[in-house]
Design a protein around this ligand. Structure first.
Ligand code: G1P
Length: 317
């Protein structure tokens, strides 16, 4: 194993500069990352995932109106004092959870020039070590750990690793899509997940132009060479600097020059919170599974479905 490969991965980068316009007016004065999924802000699930994969240092790429993110992961002394005085240990623990997860850092993106540009903003912090990128719209169930596997694969094979899922052909235009071939990997990943070698990538392909049904989801473990490539990457889809375009270059490079790129084909539970419909579905699924809220909520949901009331609704804005 080379020295570069043996280095420990400790840093996570979480792009969080987006305006969240799909959730207006909720996101007029509140970052979309702070919208609750059951009773925790969506972004807390993502930081918890990074921490449980062993990452101790989190850099958030933020922008204007994102101050609540910094406050959420900081101590809240007045609130904590109050709960201490009341002796409310349970609530105190819930308040402290988010500030004990990792060492947090923040940098502003300035111009919103795309995901590739957001990742490039992390360069001064990350420097020359491999690092993880987690996108906040994807929540991965902690029972199906994905990032830790991707880190293992990167440690063994070097280069970069992305997470893939299989999607229906009509969904491919919503994602970066990968052309793949079998990987030379003889270890075991655990669970049903598989590993593949990526030969090409296309960001949000037009209908009929996807190289496969393998779609990139928001988890990446990247070789720092990606920064050099991103600096040279011209604006692509939607006139933005696309991370997918930089990874396409690395996928075609040899080891030592930033390649190869592997994909972990994830078969576990993932909740998309990227648009309003998916966000609602994620909340219902997660609420059903909770030990505390789940039993009552499931009973109510079964009654609602069984009552036929849903069949009579015609919908109103
Ligand atoms: C981004 C990436 C895309 C990827 C997706 C996963 O797109 O550009 O390649 O498939 O995240 O969620 P976005 O959904 O931010 O438009």
């Amino acid at each position: 194993m080379t020295k570069a490969r043996a280095r420990q991965i400790t840093k996570a980068v979480i792009p969080a500069a987006g305006l969240g316009t799909r959730f207006l007016p909720a996101t007029k004065a509140t970052p979309k990352e702070m919208l609750p999924v059951v009773d925790k802000p969506a972004i807390q699930y993502v930081v918890e995932e990074a921490a449980s994969a062993g990452l101790t240092d989190v850099l958030m790429i933020t922008g204007r109106n994102k101050r609540p993110l910094e406050d959420h992961f900081d101590r809240a002394y007045e609130l904590e004092e109050l709960l201490v005085r009341k002796g409310d240990e349970a609530k105190l623990a819930r308040v402290r959870e988010s500030s004990d997860l990792a060492t947090m850092h923040y940098v502003r993106q300035g111009d919103p020039k795309g995901l590739g540009h957001a990742v490039l903003c992390a360069e001064p912090h990350v420097a020359d070590q491999p690092f993880a990128v987690l996108l906040g719209d994807d929540l991965i169930d902690p029972r199906d750990p994905l990032l830790a596997k991707m880190i293992d694969v990167q440690r063994e094979l070097g280069g970069s690793v992305v997470a893939l899922i299989e999607v229906a052909p009509e969904q491919a235009h919503l994602y970066g899509c990968a052309a793949v071939k079998p990987a030379e990997w003889h270890g075991t990943l655990g669970g049903d997940d598989e590993i593949v070698r990526i030969t090409d990538l296309v960001e949000k392909p037009a209908e009929g132009e996807a190289p496969s049904n393998y779609a990139v989801i928001g988890r990446y473990v990247l070789d720092p060479t990606v920064f050099d490539v991103l600096r040279e990457t011209p604006p692509g889809k939607n006139d933005e600097i696309q991370l997918t375009d930089a990874l396409r270059v690395l996928a075609q490079r040899t080891p030592g020059r930033g390649g190869p790129v592997h994909g972990v084909l994830f078969k576990g539970r993932r909740y998309d919170t990227g648009d309003r419909g998916d966000y609602l579905r994620a909340i219902v699924r997660l609420a059903c599974e909770r030990d505390d809220l789940g039993p009552d909520f499931r009973t109510w949901l079964k009654e609602l479905v069984g009552s036929g009331e849903l069949d009579t609704l015609t919908g109103a804005e």
